[in-house]
Design a protein around this ligand. Structure first.
Ligand code: TYD
Ligand code: MG
Length: 444
């Protein structure tokens, strides 16, 4: 092959395939020198390629904490060397949860390093007392510089490391402040890599922040293996641990806890946790079998309507989407001829759970009518189903699971969307095609 030469300007580095008297870039005269272009030898490929049959299956070694609600969310225990992000609003209980988990690992003979940049070691000691922490194998540090933390990890060589929180940690070479997006990403990348290489399971705590100012956990979700969020309303005691990403298990599971004086307590029997017969026995209230992950919870949906002589009536919804409630009220006015122009409407889900899926449409609608008519639905009835704009009641996921659980809890009648196949269950099933049928059945 013919050798290809180029001419390069010795002053500014401009290159051209043809010799030029004057450089068009730096405008100097007679500066071009001829250079031979060496063709780079193609490197031999070093990429390792294997056939499927040659791949070795990963031997998953799992450690259980025996905090069942946590183990289940993790997919049956912590896979050794997993990197876990734990997000949640400030004050929701992330540090409390992790301290309890540290204690649980310690009891199983695992060495844990708890790095707390968020709180002083005295504060941690106070919290530890409160939750009855014994933690013989747990070491603490309030170091926030990643380089120093890595040295500590090397020295102690723990099985589990907890970083509380990512927003307080920093790499000194990076000029930006702790908690900024660049620090957050670099810190997470570097610590996860370090932990992974050393077989350490890392837990990275991060505050969910109101947009702006400091960066939140969303920014680093892609870096870790598992992403957990601890959720709940701060003024109620209920806490839900949810996994939204898990390389080693399903993301369908939730863990339910209650924040008490002595830390987070597991709630094992969730189905009847949120309902009480006495309030279900009054107008404006109905039971709803809610599915969260793989579990059914019975929630009490309440509505209150009251007369208002003033201009625009109020619509307030807590625990269900405001827009869904608006749609339901429009269906009520349009399909059932109910006049709500002079009525304030309040809808509430008892217990601090937010229902995101539309299967609560039917019970919400029934609760509103129950309040309007001042007629109770009763504690033995459950209802679920999505409501469409034409007033039709639509099928939702998990029908059989909801019905089975309703039967177990002693409910007698279930008002449901038309079923695909009717199974013999020891509970009276009333299939309703539209809102008119549902209202007719319940209120006659
Ligand atoms: P914390 O774990 O500090 O939240 P985070 O780390 O997510 O910011 O939890 C703080 C709240 O939990 C605080 O308001 C007090 C409450 N709490 C209890 O109710 N009981 C307890 O045993 C503990 C340790 C905390
Ligand atoms: Mg904290």
């Amino acid at each position: 092959m013919k050798k290809k030469n180029v001419f390069i300007c010795e002053v500014c580095g401009y290159t051209t395939p043809k010799w030029l008297g004057r450089c068009p870039q730096c405008e100097e005269w007679d500066t071009f020198r001829e250079m031979e272009v060496k063709k780079e030898k193609k490197k031999k490929s070093t990429m390792t390629i294997k056939m499927f049959s040659e791949l070795e299956g990963e031997k998953e070694e799992r450690t259980k904490t025996e905090i069942e609600e946590f183990d289940r969310v993790m997919g049956g225990g912590l896979v050794v060397g997993t990197q876990v992000l734990v997000g949640g609003e400030p004050g929701i209980g992330k540090s409390t949860l992790m301290l309890q988990i540290a204690d649980a690992f310690s009891k199983r003979g695992k060495k844990v390093l708890y790095v707390s940049g968020e709180e002083s070691l005295t504060q941690i000691k106070m919290r530890a007392k409160r939750i009855g922490f014994s933690g013989e194998n747990v070491f603490f540090s309030s170091e926030t510089e990643v380089e120093v933390v890595e040295e500590g990890l090397e020295k102690i060589n723990p099985s589990v490391a907890i970083f509380d929180s990512l927003q307080t940690m920093k790499i000194s070479e990076i000029p930006s402040l702790p908690g900024t997006p660049s620090q957050l990403k670099e810190v997470t990348q570097r610590l996860t890599r370090f932990c992974k290489m050393n077989g350490i399971s890392g837990f990275f705590l991060a505050h969910v922040t109101k947009e702006g100012i400091i960066a939140g956990p969303r920014l680093v979700e892609h870096i870790v293996d598992t992403v957990l969020y601890l959720e709940g309303e701060r003024h109620t005691s209920l806490r839900i641990l949810r996994s939204i990403k898990n390389r080693f298990g399903s993301t369908n599971e939730v863990g339910i806890f209650e924040m008490e004086e002595g830390g987070l307590r597991e709630v094992k029997n969730t189905s009847s946790f949120f309902i009480s017969e006495s309030t279900l026995d009054s107008p404006g209230s109905v039971a709803f079998p809610h599915i969260e992950g793989n579990r059914v919870f019975f929630l009490e949906i309440q509505a209150l309507t009251s007369y208002t002589p003033f201009g625009t009536p109020r619509r307030v919804s807590m625990g269900v989407d405001y827009n869904r409630v608006s749609i339901l009220l429009a269906v009520l006015e349009n399909k059932l001829g109910v006049d709500l122009k002079t009525r304030d409407v309040f809808v509430n889900v008892v217990g601090g759970i937010f229902i995101k899926d539309p299967s609560a449409d039917l019970p919400v609608l029934l609760a509103v009518i129950s309040s309007l008519k001042n007629k109770k639905i009763g504690p033995k009835i459950v209802a679920f189903g999505e409501i469409g704009l034409t007033g039709e009641v639509r099928r939702v996921a998990g029908t059989e699971k909801r019905l089975l659980e309703a039967k177990k809890l002693g409910f007698e009648i279930a008002i449901v969307p038309p079923l695909e196949k009717t199974k013999k269950l020891d509970i009276e099933i009333k299939e309703v095609k539209n809102v008119q049928e549902a209202v007719e059945f319940v209120f006659g």
